[in-house]
Design a protein around this ligand. Structure first.
Ligand code: HEM
Length: 457
């Protein structure tokens, strides 16, 4: 049987008051799924999109046929002026593979174990900085605080860099770029070369992020020229990249590309982890039973001491809280692939050139795979329930060859930060706290920020 044409969101649906993708992508896609099922098409800004929302379709695109679904998609074209040739948006598969092969050894579970001490040390420093807050009743801006923490951890671990003096410049610039780039999906944009006020702001934000990275890359190059400091030290990722030579063609990485990779790691690690920490503490503050179970586990396993990498298997409930947070508020909630050739999925024709949209916010609420999807229930990540679900029903880090390189890093960091804080403190919602809703930018951040108050346990 020849493949059918995909069901398409009809104009009349919009007239019936359904939100558009541009105005509210999460509501639009959720309604689209209810009405049309796990695969349907729509257009936004004249660009044809195919929404796929079934684990089998997602496995086909990201794993089985990954070679024909590349990163020349609308979303990655939009973020490429910031990320350039780095891993995240690179659509040149040969170049991407070469870079990924060089970097992968620094991201294995074993390599990540050696960063665990940095993760807890930076968290304890943050708690020291917060020392007077419980007494003063001070409310923290959790995005700001966890942003500083996430940047400190990734830069200390991978590049041995102390970024405490410049972290805020990066955070501000990233915030500007995130909202300007997200607007690409809401209204037609002239090319970036046209100097509109928005484009000038984006240019300044990119320059600020570049200076942040150059600050420590150039510093390291000068230090290496002055001394032989790398000789007697464990090489960090920056040293490795500076000296990296491709095993196939013997060439090095080149300073420009190295700069892009470092920036991609900062961008990839920063907002995703920050958002995950904000949402995790927000969910715990709203679910005292889960918080109590977390405290019991942390007390039993740690007995008051700071967690170590070796404690992770014992911190099973803490890890379930992390997994459930990444299900409900998947920080990198939306990504795309470009179909480089015709295909057929579930009997439907997928024409070459389609932008395949994968939205984990909607997928992680699929009623066939999740009971009461809006309910925060970490226990659903217990071994038995997990084994009953298809692997691709849960993809906070993507899947296949382009799966997040930092996933072990992130899971280790999130679990250790949660346990380190929960040992001594809890974060509660301030009395006048408004409901917090997600804002679907390039990442899923809390709209209007997240305010939390610190208490001693
Ligand atoms: C909770 C934290 C994180 C989440 C939810 C997350 C999510 C993701 C997702 C979904 C992708 C795949 C996108 C796609 O297939 O198109 C990705 C890729 C990537 N992430 Fe993460 N990430 C997180 C943390 C990190 C960390 C800590 C780092 C670095 C230390 C990092 C660096 C990257 C890079 C470089 C890529 C591109 C990989 C490639 O294409 O080879 N991420 N991330």
């Amino acid at each position: 049987m020849s493949p059918r044409a995909l069901p398409s969101v009809r104009f009349t649906d919009r007239l019936r008051g359904s939100p558009t993708f541009r105005r509210d992508p999460l509501a639009f896609l959720s309604r689209g799924r209810e009405r049309y099922g796990d695969i349907f098409r729509f257009r936004t800004l004249g660009v044809p999109m195919v929404m796929v929302n079934h684990p089998d379709h997602i496995r086909r695109i990201l794993v089985d046929k990954s070679a024909q679904y590349d990163k020349n998609a609308f979303l990655f074209k939009a973020v490429r002026p910031v990320l350039r040739t780095g891993l995240i948006a690179n659509a040149d598969t040969a170049q991407w593979r070469r870079q990924r092969r060089m970097m992968a050894p620094h991201f294995t579970p074993g390599a990540v174990g050696s960063f665990a001490r940095n993760m807890t040390t930076e968290t304890v420093k943050m708690l020291d900085r917060w020392e007077r807050y419980p007494r003063d009743g001070r409310v923290i801006d959790a995005m700001d605080e966890f942003g500083r923490l996430a940047l400190a951890i990734v830069n200390r671990s991978l590049f041995s860099a102390d970024v405490s003096a410049t972290a805020q410049d990066f955070e501000r610039a990233f915030g500007v770029a995130n909202s300007i780039l997200a607007a690409f999906f809401r209204r037609p944009f002239p090319p970036l070369s046209v100097p509109t006020p928005g484009h000038r702001r984006l240019r300044r934000a990119i320059d600020a992020m570049d200076s942040f990275v150059s600050g420590f890359v150039q510093g390291r190059l000068r230090a290496n020229a002055d001394t032989d400091r790398d000789a007697d030290q464990e090489p960090d990722l920056l040293t490795l990249l500076l000296h990296s030579v491709d095993e196939e063609d013997g060439s090095g990485m080149g300073l420009e590309r190295l700069h892009h990779e470092v920036l991609n790691l900062c961008v990839g690690a920063y907002e995703t982890t920050t958002n995950a920490l904000c949402w995790a503490f927000h969910l715990l503050a709203r679910h005292p039973d889960a918080e109590k179970r977390l405290h019991e586990e942390v007390d039993r396993v740690l007995g008051g001491r700071i967690p170590r990498f070796e404690d992770l298997p014992e911190l099973a409930y803490t890890r379930m809280v992390v997994d459930e947070t990444l299900r409900i508020y998947s920080p990198a909630y939306q990504f795309m692939r470009h179909a480089s050739q015709d295909d057929e999925i579930a009997g439907y024709r997928i024409p070459a050139g389609s932008n395949m949209l994968i939205n984990s916010y909607v997928l992680h609420r699929h009623p066939d795979f999740w009971d009461e999807p809006e309910t925060f229930r970490p226990e659903r990540f217990g071994a038995e329930e997990t084994a009953r679900r298809p692997r691709h029903a849960y993809i906070p880090f993507g899947s296949g060859q382009r799966v997040c390189i930092g996933r072990h890093f992130a899971l280790t960091e999130l679990t250790l930060v949660l346990a380190t804080v929960a040992r001594t403190h809890r974060l509660v919602l301030p009395a006048d706290a408004p409901d917090v809703h997600p804002e679907a930018l390039i990442t899923l951040r809390p709209r209007g920020g997240m305010r939390l108050r610190l208490e001693h346990r």
